[in-house]
Structure formats: structure tokens, C-alpha cells
Write a protein that binds this ligand. Structure first.
Ligand code: RNT
Ligand code: ZN
Length: 422
């Protein structure tokens, strides 16, 4: 009779054999998976709130619906929540921080006055956990962004304010990268756009290109900071016109040698970013992904393991782009436990990568031989391969909960920590 301990490993051994029959080396796949960092977005922990206490609502067309109890209200709470989530996720990852999460010691420090010192605690926390960090200017939820324009604003003073903010964010990014010994990706996204048909589409785009050129003028070592720009087709309140559209930033990133950030929720609802990866990588060395899930008009639902996600992961892995594609998550759901939202999204991203790493080579071989019948047959058969047993083994070997056991941990954390906050 098998003991409880032996049984799961016996299941894994069978799965490994099954994959070996298909020409897949499971051990190699798991070694690669363990080295892929996912950048965890801090903003899922408090509905994109931050710690500035400006008394303004979430802006820029970003909406976090729901009022699930227990959201983090202090940096200590948010770091505690991130620790709790990370303990349920296999592998070593990164933290993606927004500028509005700085710590200002009760003082009012406006966005054009922030510096690395306001992020000291975050950097120390990341260092002690062995995490890399990424960074973002916060060009929304601010009185100077109230009319929906920032870097492309017609008013020179307002434009200058946001330019200064972004300049400082790059310096903070470089300070972060230097402290942690891994480049920080500083990603610029701005909400600028119009609800209704604009009379001038050209002016704001000319102003945005000029503002970005000022922001990126100072060269910073790519060892510490990498700049990226994030397009969007339309947003809530910018349905008719977005200054920083896909074509705008594609052209900008190619001509200025910047990273392009592809957000899965920023395109037409039937358009997938998976197909864009091998297109844009013909013309730029690296890109950033904001993995998200669009549903109808919302671009930021929790990432689930669907065909869209599998296709994104597959394009990265099958094309050998793991060192050129930086993977970050970007969603915010305030209607469910926020810890669970993080854990579900990251575990799904990793599972999608695992599926891609375990793809039977026969699929590509069939295509190369011109046998499209076999390609489709093998693609569909591959769906039933025992990836679950491999994933469970991976979680076990990384000392994180197997299967839905992480949920009990989240519920315990909710009862002991989160519910005591409200
Ligand atoms: C908004 C962009 C952007 C934000 C974060 C909070 O549509 O996706 O990346 O979600 O900066
Ligand atoms: Zn995004």
C-alpha cells in the first residue's frame, strides 16, 4: 500500500513518462519555469489607492468596482499582504510599484517633488525578500489630471508638472535598479484622451511626443533603468480618442529605442496581444507585458487560465523570447479577497507558461512538414496531457500549497488580519 506521501509523486512520475513519450523533458521545463519572474502589481492590494491621501478619487478612467473588506491602508499593511500572497506562489518574483505608493512621513509631497528617499522602505523590503522591482509614474488621481490630460495638456505649466514627475520617476527607477542589482522597468502610461470626438487629434500627439523626448533626454544606464511606454485604444471617458494610441507608441518605441508595453486589456475586445509579440520584437529588443483580462468595457479583470492567456505564454516560450519579454500583471478587483486575486492571477500566469514549456515538439514538426491536419490534431490532444500533476509537483517542490490548499491560507489571513482592519 502506498503512503500518502508517495502517492502524489507516483502521479507525477506517470505524468513525466507521458510527456517523455511526446518528446517533452519535464525536468528541463520546470527548471526554466523556476527562473521566470512575474512582476506583481502593488495596486491590486488597495484598489489603486496609494498613500498620498490627496482626497481625490481614482481617476484616469480606472475603476475598481466592489467593496470587499480588508484592503491595505498603510505601506506596512500592503507589504504584509504582498508577503502573504508571495508565500502561496512558487518561484521568485518582482514588485511593480506606482509612484503614488511612496512614503512621505505624513508630509504633503507633490508628484513633482518625489525622490528615491520616499521609496526607501519599499526597496529595503524588496531587497530582504530577494525581489526585483519595477516602477510607474502616477499620471492620474490628481487635481492636475482632473480634465483628462497630463503630458499632452495644452497648458505648458501642467505639462511641465507631469514632465517633472516622469523625470523623477526615471531617477527613482534607476535608484531602485542600482540598489537591487536588477534593472527596474519604469513604464509610462497616461490617461490623456477624449470622451467625445476631438477637433484636434494632432496637437496633443505632437505635445506628447515632445514631452516624452524631454523626459527621456537624460541617458540612464540600462543596467539600472529601462524605459517603457504603454498604449491604449480606448478607455472609460476616453472612448473617442486616446492620445497615446497603439500606433503612436509603436512608432515612438521603435524610433526612440524604448520598450513597448502591451496590455492585454487595451485593444479591441477580439484582438489578442499574443499575435503582437513576434511582430513588435522584429523591431525592438525587449517589451513589457501587462497581463490582464478584458471583459466588455473593462480592461482589468483578474487573469484566468483561458485560451488568451495560454496564447500569450505560448508565443513567449515557443519563440524563445523569455529573455526579451518582461511579464507583469495589471488588474484590480475590489469585489473579492484581494490576496486571492493576486494569487489566482500569478498562479495562472505561471500555469500558462508551464503549459507552453510542455508543448509537444510534434506540433511544430507537423507544421514544418506541411501537415496541418496533424498540427491541429496534436494541438487538441495536447490539451489533455497531465499538466496538473506536473504543476502540483512544482508547487510541492517549491514549498507552496498544492491545489486549492492556498485558499485555506487566504481565508485564515482574512480572518486573522484583513477583517480586523475595517
Ligand atoms: C491603464 C493602464 C495602466 C494602469 C496602471 C495602474 O489602462 O493599464 O497600466 O492600469 O498604471
Ligand atoms: Zn496596463
Amino acid at each position: 500500500m502506498q503512503t500518502k506521501k508517495q502517492k502524489p509523486e507516483a502521479v507525477f512520475a506517470l505524468a513525466r513518462e507521458r510527456y517523455a513519450e511526446q518528446g517533452v523533458d519535464v525536468d528541463r521545463a520546470l527548471k526554466i519555469l523556476a527562473r521566470i519572474p512575474i512582476s506583481l502589481h502593488c495596486w491590486q492590494g488597495d484598489d489603486v489607492g496609494g498613500f498620498e491621501r490627496l482626497g481625490v478619487e481614482l481617476g484616469g478612467g480606472l475603476v475598481a468596482t466592489g467593496n470587499y473588506p480588508g484592503k491595505a491602508r498603510t505601506p506596512e499593511q500592503l507589504r504584509g499582504d504582498l508577503d502573504a500572497a508571495l508565500s502561496l506562489i512558487p518561484g521568485r518574483h518582482r514588485l511593480n510599484l506606482h509612484a503614488c505608493y511612496g512614503e512621505f512621513g505624513g508630509k504633503r509631497v507633490d508628484r513633482d517633488a518625489i525622490g528615491p528617499e520616499h521609496f526607501r522602505n519599499w526597496i529595503a523590503w524588496a531587497k530582504s525578500r530577494g525581489l526585483g522591482m519595477d516602477f510607474n509614474p502616477t499620471c492620474f488621481s490628481h487635481p492636475k489630471a482632473a480634465d483628462g490630460f497630463t503630458l499632452s495638456h495644452r497648458d505648458k505649466g501642467i505639462r511641465g508638472f507631469w514632465i517633472e514627475h516622469c523625470l523623477r520617476c526615471r531617477e527613482i527607477g534607476a535608484a531602485i535598479g542600482k540598489s537591487l542589482g536588477t534593472p527596474c522597468i519604469t513604464n509610462v502610461w497616461i490617461p490623456d484622451g477624449c470622451k467625445d470626438t476631438p477637433a484636434d487629434r494632432r496637437g496633443p500627439r505632437e505635445r506628447l511626443a515632445a514631452a516624452l523626448d524631454v523626459i527621456f533626454k537624460k541617458l540612464l544606464s540600462p543596467k539600472w533603468n529601462l524605459d517603457s511606454v504603454e498604449p491604449k485604444l480606448f478607455g472609460i471617458g476616453s472612448e473617442s480618442y486616446v492620445v497615446g494610441s497603439h500606433e503612436f507608441y509603436l512608432g515612438y518605441a521603435v524610433s526612440r529605442r524604448k520598450l513597448l508595453c502591451l496590455d492585454a486589456g487595451h485593444y479591441h475586445p477580439t484582438e489578442s496581444i499574443a499575435d503582437k509579440i513576434s511582430s513588435v520584437l522584429q523591431f525592438m529588443p525587449e517589451i513589457l507585458l501587462h497581463v490582464s483580462r478584458g471583459v466588455r468595457w473593462d480592461s482589468d479583470h483578474v487573469v484566468v487560465l483561458n485560451d488568451d492567456l495560454a496564447a500569450i505564454a505560448r508565443e513567449i516560450v515557443a519563440n524563445g523570447y523569455l529573455d526579451r519579454v518582461h511579464i507583469g500583471l495589471d488588474y484590480f478587483d475590489a469585489s473579492i479577497n484581494r490576496e486571492a486575486a493576486w494569487v489566482i492571477g500569478v498562479r495562472n500566469m505561471l500555469r500558462a507558461l508551464l503549459i507552453a514549456l510542455l508543448e509537444p515538439p510534434g506540433i511544430r514538426a507537423a507544421e514544418a512538414a506541411g501537415d496541418f491536419t496533424a498540427r491541429l490534431a496534436l494541438q487538441e490532444e495536447a490539451r489533455m496531457l497531465p499538466v496538473g500533476a506536473v504543476w502540483d509537483h512544482y508547487c510541492r517542490s517549491q514549498d507552496v500549497p498544492v491545489g486549492d490548499r492556498w485558499l485555506a491560507e487566504v481565508k485564515r489571513y482574512e480572518k486573522d488580519v484583513l477583517l480586523r482592519r475595517d
